[in-house]
Structure formats: structure tokens, C-alpha cells
Design a protein around this ligand. Structure first.
Ligand code: ACO
Length: 378
């Protein structure tokens, strides 16, 4: 057997062969099924993009309408799930609530009929349809309210904002939110996608696959960073404090949230699109001083760390957009999950097409032949 060099974090080691998405980190290019992210953000919708990622081709108008109808008709969640969610502590993190609820879907729909395309489609539809409803339901319940039913006349993103805020959203806000979902839908072999593929490789059900990926996405080095970006901008408080804040971080060797990426060595193309969306929102709904702080941070970080390839990542401007849409900070990562479920399901499906259970190896550096010491002699 060939002995490979150990790479912490599997840095640079291919974990799958995939045709779902591609990143060129030197040029700042991201493609879904070969289509550039900028073009999808301009012309597509989240549901169409999800279809593209999962089934590999853009749908015809008939296929898209059928998919949208199926998703719309599965948006409600069973009262058992609502009752279960009501027992969650209000102080619990919404990502934990989402992970538990996604796993609970498996109690109702898990048949593990993985060779049946109808089962695959059914699971895809249910997960894409129900995850936003569960995120919105927990938000309302933790504030002492009942979850509200999906709005029959609103599209995917408009309906999510409606369920969250209990009012029909402005069309620009709904479209911007939909673009945010497109931008977060997929990103090659990141930690949560790897987690999804490892779980999928055991041939467990797709609800367990998504629950495992949600758990992985929650950490501050992955999807949790955009929450920390907003907290950081609030701590900084004004443009004048930006430079001393960054200099202090660098002196303490602390990571500046929302900057740096394992793959991108230039500005993440999604950050550029999100910055533009933030500007559109501020133009329509009023300026936000945190945007000025963010722009100054980008300038100073580039001056100090640009030579190391440290630039804004997707999390840097997304928090500002969500904040302006009135979304509470601790829902930012669950919203990332709403989008990324499309990518996870695409990888689940691809993994099943040529499955081999993941079983990497390790470099053992522990002891050998140690004798057991009885408890009273330790
Ligand atoms: N702030 C300051 N310095 C940084 C940052 C940062 N955000 N990111 C990387 N660096 C520096 C490191 O200190 C290191 O410097 P050195 O070579 O002098 O030691 C160098 O850049 C390389 O850093 P690594 O940690 O090796 O880079 P890695 O590829 O392992 O980490 C990561 C990538 C985890 C995203 C990192 O940049 C980070 O922690 N960023 C902040 C958290 C964040 O924004 N996460 C969201 C990522 S996007 C996503 O998951 C959706």
C-alpha cells in the first residue's frame, strides 16, 4: 500500500471526484456545474440553482415549475416536529435546534430506499422545503409565539422572510435574500460537505446526512464566522477604531473574522457580490455605519495581510446584508444551512452514484505494549 504524507486538515488531498462545483482560488472564480456564480446570482433563483446542483443541468421551464410546486407543497412541518421544537430551550442556539429537527425528519420519512430515484427526489424536496420552515418556527417559538403557516402566494425566499417576520417582505429584500442563498448553496469540498459525504458513504438516510453537515457547519471557523463578523463590527464601533483593532489582533496573532480562506488567495467572488447587494440595500433602506467600518477593515487588512493572500471571504459582507434584512445574528448560520442543503444533497446523490465507505488511515504516534496498572496503584 502506498504510504502518503500526513497533511493536517487533509490540506490539498482530494476526498472525492466531483462535477458539482469548481473554485479557482488564484483567479477568484466559482462555478456551479460550470456556470459562473456571477451569472447565476444575476439570472437564476435559489430553487433553479438547487435543481442545477442536484440534477446536473438547468431545468426546462416545465421541470422548474414542477420542482417549485413540489417544494411549495412540502413546506409545512408536522405538528409532532413543532411540539418537539417547543420543548427546546429558548436560549439554545438555532443551529442546534436545526440539527435536531433535521435529524427528526428521518423519524418520519426514512425508508433508505437509496436505489429508487423517486425516494431521492422526495428526500431532496422535503429537506429543501422544510428546513426554512423549521428555522423560522424555532425563531418564533423561542420568542413565545406559534409558528406560522407558509404563505401560498410567496416564492421560496419571500415565504421564508414572511414566516420569520410575520409580514410580507419588500420584493427587493426577498430577491436579495434569494441571491444570498444562491451564493451559499455550494462550495466544493469544505468541512460540512466532507462531513455530508462521509455520512452518506455509510448509506444512512439523507436526514442524517444533512443533520451531520449542519453540526459541522456551526463552528466559528466555518459557517459560524458571519455571526462573529457582526459582533466584531459592533465591538469596533467606529471607523477610527478599525486600524488599532486590526493591529491589536495581529499582535495577539488572533484571526480576524471574515478574512482568509483555505482556497481563495484573492477576494472571494461571493464577497464582491454580497458587498454590492449590501450597497443596494443601504441605498433603498438607509445607510448603516457598520458598512463604513467594514470597508475600512477591508482596506486595512489588505494593506497588512494582502501579501499572504488574506482577503474578505463570503462571511464578511453576508452578516451586514442579513442584519439590514432584520435577521437576528444567531440565525445567520441556519440561513447558511438553508442554502447549503442544496450542495449537501448534490454531494449525497453524487456519493451514492459511486459509493465507497470512507475509511482513511492515521499516523499512530502513541505507545505500545503498555501494561495495565491496577486502579489502586495509579
Ligand atoms: N486573520 C489574520 N490572519 C490570518 C487570517 C485571519 N482571518 N486567516 C489566515 N491568517 C494568516 C494566518 O495567521 C497564517 O499566517 P502565518 O503564515 O504567518 O502563520 C496564514 O494567514 C495562513 O493561515 P491558516 O490558518 O494556515 O489558513 P487556513 O487555510 O488554515 O485557514 C481559515 C483558513 C480557517 C478560513 C482562516 O483564514 C480563518 O480562521 N479565518 C477567520 C474565520 C473565518 O472567516 N472563517 C470563514 C471561512 S469561509 C467559510 O467557511 C464559509
Amino acid at each position: 500500500m502506498m504510504v502518503c504524507e500526513y497533511k493536517p486538515g487533509l490540506d490539498g488531498i482530494p476526498a472525492a471526484q466531483s462535477s458539482i462545483s469548481n473554485v479557482d482560488g488564484q483567479k477568484g472564480i466559482l462555478e456551479y456545474r460550470g456556470i459562473r456564480i456571477e451569472e447565476l446570482a444575476e439570472k437564476s433563483t435559489f430553487l433553479e440553482t438547487a435543481y442545477l446542483l442536484i440534477w446536473g443541468e438547468l431545468p426546462t421551464s416545465k421541470e422548474l415549475a414542477a420542482f417549485e410546486d413540489e417544494v411549495h407543497s412540502h413546506r409545512r412541518i408536522k405538528y409532532h416536529i413543532c411540539d418537539m421544537m417547543k420543548c427546546f430551550p429558548e436560549s439554545g442556539h438555532p443551529m442546534d435546534a436545526l440539527q435536531a429537527s433535521a435529524a427528526a425528519l428521518g423519524l418520519f420519512y426514512s425508508r433508505r430506499d437509496l436505489n429508487n430515484p423517486a425516494y431521492i427526489r422526495d428526500a431532496v424536496v422535503r429537506l429543501i422545503a422544510k428546513i426554512p420552515t423549521m428555522v423560522a418556527a424555532f425563531q418564533l417559538m423561542r420568542n413565545g409565539n406559534d409558528a406560522i403557516r407558509p404563505h401560498a402566494d410567496l416564492d421560496y425566499s419571500g415565504n421564508f422572510l414572511y414566516m420569520l417576520n410575520e409580514k410580507v417582505p419588500d420584493p427587493l429584500a426577498a430577491r436579495i435574500f434569494d441571491i444570498c442563498l444562491i451564493l451559499h448553496a455550494e462550495h466544493t469540498m469544505n468541512a460540512s460537505t466532507f462531513s455530508a459525504r462521509v455520512t452518506a458513504s455509510t448509506l444512512t438516510d439523507p436526514y442524517a446526512v444533512v443533520a451531520s453537515a449542519v453540526g459541522t457547519l456551526g463552528g466559528p471557523l466555518h459557517g459560524g464566522a458571519n455571526e462573529e463578523v457582526v459582533e466584531m463590527l459592533e465591538d469596533i464601533g467606529c471607523v477610527e477604531n478599525v486600524r488599532p483593532y486590526i493591529e491589536d489582533c495581529l499582535e495577539r496573532k488572533a484571526k480576524i473574522m471574515g478574512f482568509g480562506h483555505r482556497v481563495y488567495k484573492v477576494k472571494d467572488p461571493r464577497a464582491t457580490i454580497l458587498q454590492n447587494l449590501a450597497e443596494q440595500l443601504f441605498t433603498k433602506f438607509g445607510h448603516d455605519k457598520y458598512y463604513d467600518i467594514a470597508v475600512e477593515m477591508e482596506r486595512v487588512v489588505q494593506e497588512k495581510l494582502g501579501h499572504k493572500g488574506i482577503y474578505p471571504n463570503v462571511d464578511f459582507y453576508s452578516g451586514l446584508v442579513y442584519r439590514k434584512l432584520g435577521i437576528p445574528t444567531d440565525l445567520f448560520t441556519p440561513i447558511f444551512a438553508i442554502a447549503r442543503v442544496a450542495g449537501w444533497l448534490a454531494h449525497w446523490k453524487e456519493q451514492l452514484e459511486e459509493n465507497r465507505i470512507f475509511r482513511p488511515t492515521q499516523v499512530y504516534d502513541g505507545k505500545h505494549d503498555v501494561s495495565y496498572t491496577p486502579i489502586d496503584q495509579r
